[in-house]
Design a protein around this ligand. Sequence first.
Ligand code: SF4
Length: 187
Amino acid sequence: MTGNKAQLYTRYPTPSILIYNGTTALHFLLGGIGIILGYESPIGYILGSLYLAFSFAEMYVYMPLKVCPNCVYYKLDNSICISGLNIVSRKVAKEGNMKDFPSRAKGFFCSNNLYIASLVIPIIALIPALILNFSLLVLIILLIIVGLLLFRFFVIFPKIACVHCRAQNICPQAQSMGFGKEQEENK
Ligand code: SF4
């Protein structure tokens, strides 16, 4: 990945945005349904509902309110980022400071950790559910969620999202994958 000279997008192509949000929404929905089915009890409904609320709120409410205002895509004219949330953010939040963008990865409850939690919680929750009460359907849901997570980390981030992102020079996630300064000349 390091040394890649991919084009940086001001407007991500619609298929990329659909893949990103489709993968995200499917991950969260299957996670919530899996937890509800896996525990088959009022507790399961409560935990599954809480997970659904947390994951969708973290991604589609917290991000545009707290993270996107500091992103370059908020400021760029006629831009659409990989999630499309810069459009939402402009409508619901005041412009922030790009210097604060790396703070998305600072602190235990930072946005990056909440994002990772939203992806990993159903995997952690479904393993004991399967041990306590095995179900082929829940196992299939777990395997699909693991597949979606691997697809996100090995295809979406390096080949669809971060590789083309104009925030990669200040984004901790992109830099951890080796994207960043060497692509300045492509801006
Ligand atoms: S580099 Fe990747 S994680 Fe960072 S803002 Fe861009 S798309 Fe999001």
